[in-house]
Write a protein of this length. Structure first.
Length: 878
């Protein structure tokens, strides 16, 4: 067996609406073999992983997977369940998994994913383990599990960032991780805000710089009459000792710009202690503060947006003797507490033995190999930081108002929206006394785990307090998202919606098959209909509304670039892309496209084509949780559509074409919106497919909140050549016409032919081709559709053959055309430009040549050569 590919899908996808990891595997010689055919495989798996006995599998109850093992199941399925169990053992739990067929002997193994690096490693481990067992070999998987745990700890979000993300999730605020660290985007578009741990977009850079310079902080607070320790900065041991002598009492020695209690020594009373502490501190900063030490209890007060959000009393790291164990052994035992981890990965940090600890013990006449008496408490450090092994006791409810006011003033003077203020005072529940209390430090980007998960006392949801500061309840957190998918018409519909909304003065971010647009300007060219392009729009703080063309390929390979949309549109479902990306049937296509409907938020609107039998049935087939709370809107070219009439009779909203007018109906009440012929791209209403696109766009803009009048006014200005390039663009060449379109499947050919058929006494010539990744049936059906609608045909091929041999697609098309119309003029010219030139070389007056292009620019070059003139506003005599 071999792994072909592993990919991470961060957004809603075909497997799950949660982030997922997908591993594609080729079973090779194991293809078609079932689990019971491999000696001892099942027994060893259950021996390694007893938890597999609890897996439900399709049975829906514990033991279901074991039954499948015994009955026989393919190895891809086995790998899936081993990966799920490993994820559980690694602490990241994967609630769902699925194994699906991709090709002969090739399968996609999906599992939900809470940590990208860790889950990728666990998938590889599960594959290697099952592969080894299938070959009768042993495999030591425990070291790989430990490596995965390290990866998860190293790449996972820190405790503070995680608390903010969970608070955002609780409020339904979208979030995106922007790097492998802790930089997070909350919200979307104009409403987005970025955080990194407890640094926010509102955090002043100058405020952070002030807080990082402890001496400057003291000066500013002293100027504001807030009591701070007396002291000075030293750059040498002798300077430090001189400052100690000047203070004439116990001192604190700490780095000028340190953090997390690193290099801090407290309650120093001799010159030798000061010298040793200076050397330790200078390992973290060239400049060292020597300041007076104040007796009292140590508190951390968290200020968020001029409010005290939480407070904790901090206790330094300590151990309690048992009369048998050394201090070093007691530390090792304390570090086994599951609440303690490395760095900030856990609620508490493991106690580390360092020079500061040796000095603290030495002052008490102790060493690490001493054995304390039973019940005796041994203080290991002077400072009480959690990062050096300390613990926190919640005292939020005890903070005296005068203490709170001092802390709020401190944050305001330093200039921080969020800060952790370290206080020393006799009791935080008593009034602030300047003679016995002082602010000893102000911390930018304060850790909040001591408040979220205190060792003693009630947890405080400070992550929620920070998120509420950034987004006060009731304030928008996301921009409207309109997502459009379907086989044909999605690009035009997307452009129409973008054009209409932009006419209101809103800045529209739009993705489409020809590029990413912001405020009408193209910022990136190409087929940009995948999740990466959607995120480019949603991460731009200048965008008011996102209008996202969302194509099949991006959904299949990488899911959606958004969590929820406000409006989801499905234009139609046609048998295109069969044979691509594991899509074998129209039902597969429906499954892909319906993700757009499923991810419309509760209260949002799903817009469907009532004339498409697949979409007419979609609401009924959707799961209740995906239907509940959504509004469904249908549109139809037929005023008497059975689907539409039933929908309207139930009080729904719909759009239909009657007597040349587009109508909006709610229940029994219908109102005219505009004449279809007034929309330039409909060619006086002859292009029915564009009328359908317009109805979908009108429905979307109405759901967005626009009036019928403003929508109609904007659509009257929607011109084919300016606003919809490459989609049914009409040009005049002398006394004839050329239509340029991107159609590339049977339905598109048929739609154009039906429109051309409404033109009286006009010879219609087609320059046709089909992408090579479509299967033979689609290619042949496209040829038959072209044969029925065009008088002459020129068959060409794309430059990108997509895996086909040169001439293969053209031959299939030609054979299909001649099978329908053996006498029809049909020429095969592989080169697209040459085929168009040939069609133009023998034009009749009034003839219409329709070219279905692969690349637009070369086609336009040919038309310019022939002095073609855009006639998007020219009236055709129907």
């Amino acid at each position: 067996m071999k792994i072909e590919d592993i990919r991470y899908i961060p957004g809603p996808n075909l497997y799950s609406h949660q982030p997922a990891m997908v591993m594609r595997i080729d079973l090779q010689e194991c293809a078609g073999k079932e689990s019971y055919e491999f000696p001892n495989l099942n027994a060893k798996l259950l021996d390694f992983f007893p938890g597999l006995r609890e897996h439900h599998c399709a049975k829906g109850e514990p033991g279901g997977f074991v039954e499948r093992l015994d009955e026989g199941t393919y190895l891809g399925h086995v790998i899936e369940h081993v990966a799920i169990e490993l994820a559980e053992l690694a602490g990241i739990g994967a609630n769902r998994g699925k194994t699906s067929y991709a090709a002969e002997g090739v399968y996609d193994v999906f599992v939900e994913c809470k940590n990208e690096a860790g889950m990728a490693h666990l998938l590889r481990t599960s594959f290697a383990l099952v592969d080894a067992l299938a070959r009768g070999e042993s495999y030591d998987w425990q070291p790989e599990l430990e490596e995965a745990k390290k990866l998860i700890a190293r790449t996972g979000l820190g405790q503070s960032t995680k608390a903010l993300v969970e608070a955002a999730e609780k409020r339904g605020i979208p979030h995106y991780r922007l790097n492998t660290g802790s930089l997070i985007q909350l919200g979307t578009g104009r409403h987005l805000k970025r955080i990194q741990a407890t640094i926010t977009e509102r955090t002043s850079c100058i405020g952070v710089d002030i807080a990082c310079d402890k001496e400057l902080t003291k000066q500013m607070l002293d100027l504001a009459a807030i009591p701070v320790p007396y002291g000075s900065v030293a750059y040498t041991e002798d300077e430090a000792v001189a400052h100690f002598r000047d203070i004439e009492r116990a001192v604190v020695v700490k780095p000028l710009d340190g953090n997390q209690g690193k290099g801090v020594s407290l309650n120093l009373v001799t010159e030798q202690e000061v010298r040793e502490a200076f050397r330790i501190a200078q390992g973290f900063s060239e400049a060292v503060i020597v300041e007076s030490y104040l007796e009292g209890r140590h508190y951390r007060v968290l200020v968020v947006g001029e409010q005290v959000a939480a407070a904790a009393e901090r206790m330094p790291a300590y151990v309690t003797g048992d009369g048998k164990s050394t201090i070093a052994e007691l530390i090792a035992r304390e570090n086994l507490d599951p609440r303690r981890g490395e760095g900030h990965e856990a609620p508490l940090t493991k106690i580390k033995i360092d020079d500061v600890m040796h000095n603290v013990l030495a002052r008490e006449g102790r060493k690490l190999d001493d054995v304390p008496h039973e019940g005796e408490t041994v203080i290991l450090r002077d400072n009480a930081n959690l990062s050096t092994g300390g613990i926190a006791i919640d005292v939020t409810g005890k903070v005296h108002p005068s203490v709170a006011e001092v802390c709020i003033r401190t944050a305001r003077i330093v200039g921080l929206d969020i800060c952790g203020i370290d206080l020393v005072c006799p009791d935080i529940s008593e009034p602030f006394d300047e003679s016995s209390s002082c602010v000893i430090e102000v911390n930018a980007a304060p850790g909040i785990r001591m408040h979220e998960t205190p060792s003693i006392g009630d947890p405080r949801s400070v992550g929620e307090a920070i998120v509420d500061m950034l987004y006060p309840p009731g304030q928008p957190t996301r921009i409207p998202v309109i997502s459009i998918t379907g086989t044909n018409g999605k690009t035009t519909t997307t452009r129409m919606i973008g054009h209409v909304i932009q006419s209101t003065g809103r800045i529209v971010g739009m993705t489409s098959t020809d590029g990413i647009y912001i405020d009408g300007k193209c910022i990136a060219k190409g087929d940009t209909t995948g999740p990466r392009s959607a995120r480019a729009i949603l991460s731009d703080p200048g965008v008011d509304v996102a209008v996202l063309e969302t194509a099949r390929g991006g959904i299949v390979r990488a899911g959606l670039g958004f969590d929820w949309s406000d409006v989801g549109i499905l234009t139609n479902i046609q048998p295109d892309h069969i044979g691509c990306d594991g899509i074998e049937t129209v039902d597969d296509l429906i499954s892909v496209k319906s993700l757009i409907a499923e991810r419309v938020r509760p209260g949002g609107t799903v817009i469907l084509n009532a004339d498409d039998p697949h979409l007419a049935e979609l609401p009924r087939k959707m799961k209740p949780r995906h239907r509940s709370g959504r509004k469904f809107v249908f549109f139809s070219l037929k005023p008497n559509s059975r689907v539409l009439k039933k929908h309207l009779s139930e009080g729904g909203t719909g759009y239909f074409l009657k007597d040349g007018w587009i109508h909006e109906a709610r229940g029994e009440n219908a109102r005219k919106v505009m004449r279809a012929a007034d929309i330039p791209v409909t060619m006086l209403g002859a292009a029915h497919f564009h009328v359908q696109n317009a109805m979908a766009a009108i429905a979307a803009c109405r759901a967005y909140g626009m009036t019928r009048e403003k929508i109609a006014a904007a659509l009257r200005e929607f011109r084919s050549d300016v606003h919809n390039p490459g989609r049914v663009n009409l040009y005049q060449v002398k006394n004839s016409y050329v239509m340029v379109d991107y159609g590339h499947n049977p339905h598109a050919f048929q739609a154009i032919c039906e429109m051309a058929g409404r033109l009286p006494n006009v010879r219609v010539t087609g320059v046709v081709g089909v992408p090579g990744d479509r299967n033979n049936d689609i290619v042949s059906e496209s040829g038959r559709a072209a044969a029925q609608g065009f008088h002459r045909l020129f068959v060409k091929e794309d430059i990108d053959l997509r895996g086909r041999r040169p001439g293969e697609v053209a031959t299939l098309l030609e054979e299909a055309i001649l099978s329908v119309s053996p006498e029809k003029e049909c020429r095969v010219i592989h080169n697209e430009v040459q085929a168009l030139e040939a069609a133009l070389s023998d034009l009749e007056d009034g003839e219409l040549v329709v070219v279905f292009y692969e690349k637009l620019a070369p086609v336009l070059d040919v038309l310019r050569k022939h002095e073609a003139v855009s006639v998007s506003h020219m009236s055709l005599k129907l």
